[in-house]
Design a protein around this ligand. Structure first.
Ligand code: NAD
Length: 369
C-alpha cells in the first residue's frame, strides 16, 4: 500500500509515500537506464537504511558508490561540493548515471546541487530520512550550498526523477530532530491546510509516540500542500513565500544563536509563535484571539516536550531586528512578513508599524501555562 503525489511544474515526477517495501518496488525501475549510482549520505544515517538501498541496487547489477559526508550544515560547502564532483569524475560517472540523496535536508540540498551541475545535470533521486526532509526539503526542487555570508546562497532549482518517502525510516530519528520536522508539518496546517492543523491538535499524544498511521497521514497531507503551493509559484515570485511563515523570525533566532545549539525547526517554532502574535496584535492583524491562543497552545506544548529552555530565551531587540533585516527575503531594503488572517489562510505584507514588530519580537512567553 502506498500513496502517490505527482509534483513538478514543467515535468512531473512522482513522490511515493509508503512502507519500506516501496524502495524495492520503485527503485529498480527508476534506475533501469543508469549503470552507475552514487548514494550520497552522511555518517548519522543508520547503517541498516544505507545497506537496504545498496542491496536493492546491487541486485539490479548496478555499480554502487556510497559517498558519506560529515553530519551537519558545514557539509553544504564548496569544499564538499568539489570533493564529491571530483569523486564522480574519478569514477567516470557520466550523464547516463544517477545520484541518490539518502539522508536529511543537508544531504538532499548538497546532492541535488551536485546532480544539477555535474556534466550539466544528471539523474537524481531523493530518499529523505528525516521528517523535515520528507515533508519539506525533498519537495519543491530547491537545492543549495552555503557561503560564508549566509545559508543557501548558491544553488539551483532542480527536480529529482523520483522521491521515496518511508516514515519507518524515522524510528531512529532523535526527538529534537523529529520535532524540528513537526514544526514544518504544523506550519502547513497554519498557513494553508486546516485539516493538518486539526489532525495535529487532536492527536498530539499519538504524534509524540510516532504512531505510524497518523504520521503517514500528516506526511501525505504536508507533501500535498507544499507540492500544490510550488505548482502555483515554482520560483517564489508570489504565493510560495507563505511557506516562510515564522522563518524570518526563525532565521534571526538561528543567527543570534550563531547557528549553534538550535535546530532550524526549533527556531521556526519560536518564529511561528512571534508571527502568530504579530498576526493578532499588529495594526494589520486579522487573526482572532481564540485562534491565536489555539496555535500558541500547540506550539508551547510541543516545545515543552523536547526543549523547554527555548521558551525562556530572551533576545536583544536591536540585534534581532538587524538580523531580520539581513534576511534573504528582504527585497529592496523592505521587510516583508508572512502573517495569517485565520488558521489555514496566510498573506504576505510589508505594511506594519515598526512598533508592532518590536512588540512581536519582545513578547515573551512569561505567562505560558
Ligand atoms: N531545499 C529545501 O527546500 C529546504 C527546505 C527546508 C530545509 N532545507 C535544508 O535542510 C537542512 C536541514 O535538514 P534536516 O533537518 O533534515 O537536517 P540534517 O540533514 O542535518 O539531518 C539531521 C541529522 O539527522 C541524522 N539522520 C538522518 N536520518 C536519520 C535517521 N533516519 N535516523 C537517525 N538519524 C538520522 C543526520 O545524520 C543528521 O545528523 C538545512 O540545511 C536546510 O537549509 C532545505
Amino acid at each position: 500500500m502506498y500513496k502517490k503525489i505527482l509534483a513538478g511544474v514543467h515535468k512531473k515526477y512522482p513522490i511515493i509515500i509508503g512502507k519500506k517495501s516501496i524502495c524495492k518496488e520503485f527503485l529498480p525501475k527508476a534506475v533501469k537506464n543508469n549503470s552507475k549510482v552514487m548514494i550520497i549520505t552522511d555518517f548519522g544515517v543508520p547503517k541498516e537504511i544505507i545497506e537496504s538501498i545498496d542491496k536493492i541496487l546491487k541486485k539490479e547489477s548496478k555499480f554502487v558508490k556510497i559517498h558519506k559526508i560529515a553530519q551537519g550544515e558545514n557539509s553544504k560547502s564548496f569544499a564538499q561540493f568539489e570533493k564529491t564532483q571530483n569523486k564522480l569524475a574519478q569514477l567516470r560517472f557520466d550523464r547516463t548515471d544517477c545520484i541518490i540523496a539518502l539522508g536529511g535536508g543537508v544531504v538532499g540540498d548538497l546532492a541535488g546541487y551536485i546532480a544539477s551541475s555535474y556534466q550539466r545535470g544528471i539523474d537524481f533521486i531523493q530518499i529523505p530520512t528525516t521528517l523535515l526532509a520528507q515533508v519539506d526539503s525533498s519537495v519543491g526542487g530547491k537545492t543549495a550550498i552555503n557561503l560564508e555570508h549566509g545559508k543557501n546562497l548558491v544553488g539551483a532549482f532542480y527536480n529529482p526523477k523520483l522521491v521515496l518517502v518511508c516514515s519507518e525510516f524515522l524510528k531512529t530519528l532523535p526527538k529534537r530532530q523529529y520535532y524540528a520536522g513537526l514544526a514544518e508539518v504544523l506550519k502547513y496546517g497554519i498557513i494553508s491546510n486546516k485539516k493538518i492543523f486539526h489532525l495535529f491538535k487532536n492527536n498530539l499524544k499519538k504524534i509524540d509516540s510516532r504512531q505510524q498511521k497518523i504520521i503517514n497521514e500528516l506526511i501525505f497531507l504536508s507533501i500535498k500542500t507544499k507540492a500544490k503551493i510550488v505548482l502555483e509559484d515554482e520560483k517564489e515570485n508570489g504565493i510560495r513565500a507563505i511557506l516562510n511563515y515564522g522563518h524570518t523570525y526563525g532565521h534571526a533566532i538561528e543567527a543570534l544563536s550563531n547557528f549553534k545549539d538550535i535546530l532550524h525547526g526549533e527556531a521556526v517554532l519560536i518564529g511561528m509563535l512571534k508571527a502568530t502574535n504579530m498576526s493578532y496584535f499588529s495594526a494589520q492583524g486579522q487573526l482572532s484571539w481564540e485562534e491565536r491562543t489555539e496555535i500558541e497552545d500547540i506550539i508551547v506544548s510541543m516545545i515543552k516536550k523536547f526543549n523547554p529552555n527555548l521558551l525562556s530565551t530572551k533576545y536583544n531587540l536591536t540585534k534581532f531586528k538587524r538580523s531580520m533585516m539581513g534576511d534573504k527575503k528582504v527585497k529592496s531594503g523592505k521587510l516583508n512578513l508572512v502573517l495569517i488572517k485565520s488558521i489555514g489562510s496566510a498573506f504576505v505584507t510589508g505594511s506594519f508599524l515598526e512598533s508592532d514588530l518590536d512588540f512581536s519580537i519582545e513578547i515573551m512567553q512569561a505567562n505560558f501555562p
